[in-house]
Design a protein. Structure first.
Length: 457
């Protein structure tokens, strides 16, 4: 059965169709990659200062459209308008950060007997970026903008449900003066456009964000061409709360409710030391009851809907009606709504504790001491993010070093900063995005040795 030639974009809050866009397939991918390869050579040959100047102009153009982009994200993804403004601002800020790095992709001089040895970081060529639906704008930017700054071209495939902000960013790139075909967006299905991008011999690298299961398939297909990949996959992040912590700050419900819980970094395993467990339970009950769930376009809304009917059914499967849980409220009627929920009767080996739910659902578990906390925190196949809450700095450092995760926060729930590395360990991914090494991740290191010895006599 052939896939549809169009993608319908639904508003998750109303289930209304807000746009219909063409769905690319393998032929469109072939055309896009060929065009990208041609323009990439000219782009890479530009002086880095000229690339940086164009990217700064792109950032200025995005800055003038932050509200427009945010409202588009509200309609296609159901994000609260405040979150959506942050996302558009993050794309703008990353452009500026990447532009600053274009002139700082530095090689090195290495001492070598009989000569002079230097290294160069050269752009890879055409980069394929496959972005998810949970944070369409920022994650598309994380893979695309450092790659452009390093001298590459980008072909971006957004998620089927959220192509609109990516398409608008591509329009703004042209408006800012970036060369045509340098940054192309191809909406399409994963099994057609996504697979064609992954398997294309002229795509030098793939950056994929999504589920661990799909990430494995992407990695397997790239391996056949010995093609490098960056993978940002699932998470089941712990929030480790010791008895001496600031309990209210540590138990902020938006550590797992942000974006309706559709966040790989969501602190969905709340691990609380036994002496304060009951206090934590009481606090969470009140906190969930006060969360405002509703129209994401309303400035007062704190949590919006899930992305789709399919995702709603998945979340529901982890929370039976008779589950022992703390619950907030959610709207009835049209839209993909699920109430803020904390499960309190789960065993450490239950599916709700072990598997990524990707919705506004967390589990509350007690622990005894530091060793027990580390054991529970690491009892997962994932290793993306997490938090440690304690006033004891020595304990904070010990637990942070012992926890198996790529990104940890002490007395904070912040995971992502565009100026620091981001990525996971174990089944949460491979490689790093953002930070000082963002641009060099899209380059090949070339080593050149120059002999300084005279000709043999």
């Amino acid at each position: 059965m052939s896939e549809p030639h169009e993608l319908q974009v639904l508003n998750p809050a109303t289930e209304e169709v807000v746009a219909t866009v063409p769905a690319a397939g393998a032929p469109e991918v072939d055309t896009a990659v060929a065009r990208a390869a041609r323009v990439q050579q000219k782009w890479a040959a530009l002086p880095p200062a000229d690339r940086a100047r164009l990217l700064r102009r792109f950032a200025d153009t995005v800055d003038g459209r932050v509200e427009e982009l945010a409202r588009l994200e509200v309609r296609e993804a159901g994000h609260t308008v405040g979150n959506a403004r942050w996302e558009a601002g993050n794309a703008r800020d990353l452009l500026l950060y990447a532009a600053g790095g274009a002139e700082r992709v530095l090689g090195s001089q290495i001492p070598a007997p009989g000569g002079w040895n230097v290294t160069f970081h050269e752009p890879l060529g055409v980069i394929g970026v496959i972005a998810p639906w949970n944070f369409p704008m920022p994650i598309a930017a994380w893979g695309s903008f450092p790659a452009l700054a390093a001298g590459n071209a980008v072909v971006l495939k957004p998620a089927e449900t959220t192509p609109l902000t990516a398409l608008r960013l591509a329009e703004l790139a042209l408006e800012a003066g970036l060369p045509e075909h340098l940054f192309q967006v191809l909406p399409g299905h994963g099994h057609t456009a996504g697979r064609a991008l992954v398997e294309h011999p002229d795509v030098a690298k793939i950056v994929f964000t999504g589920s661990t299961a799909t990430g494995r398939e992407v990695m397997e297909r790239c391996a056949r061409l010995v093609k490098p990949v960056t993978l940002e996959l699932g998470g089941k992040s712990p929030n480790v709360v010791f008895a001496d912590a600031d309990l209210e700050a540590a138990l902020d419900p938006f550590s797992f409710l942000d974006n309706a819980g559709q966040d790989c970094c969501a602190r969905t395993r709340i691990l609380v030391q036994e002496p304060v467990y009951e206090r934590a339970r009481e606090f969470l009950a009140g906190a969930l009851a006060s969360v405002v769930v509703g129209d994401p376009a309303d400035e007062k809304t704190q949590m919006g809907p899930l992305i789709s009917r399919r995702q709603l059914d998945r979340v529901r499967s982890y929370v039976p009606e008779d589950a022992e849980a703390l619950r907030g409220a959610a709207p009835d009627g049209a839209g993909f709504w699920f109430p803020p929920t904390v499960l309190t009767g789960e065993r450490p080996d239950s599916p709700a504790v072990r598997e990524e739910i990707f919705g506004p659902v967390a589990v509350l578990l007690p622990f005894t001491d530091e060793q027990d906390a580390v054991r529970l925190a690491n009892d997962t196949p994932y290793g993306l993010s997490g938090s440690v809450w304690t006033r004891d700095i020595g304990r904070a450092l010990r637990v942070s070093r012992a926890a198996q995760a790529g990104n940890l926060s002490v007395n904070s729930h912040s995971s992502v900063r565009y100026w620091t590395p981001f990525g996971g360990s174990k089944q949460s991914g491979l490689g790093r995005e953002l930070g000082p090494g963002a641009l060099t991740a899209f380059t090949e290191t070339k080593n050149v040795f120059i002999s300084t010895e005279g000709p043999a006599q």
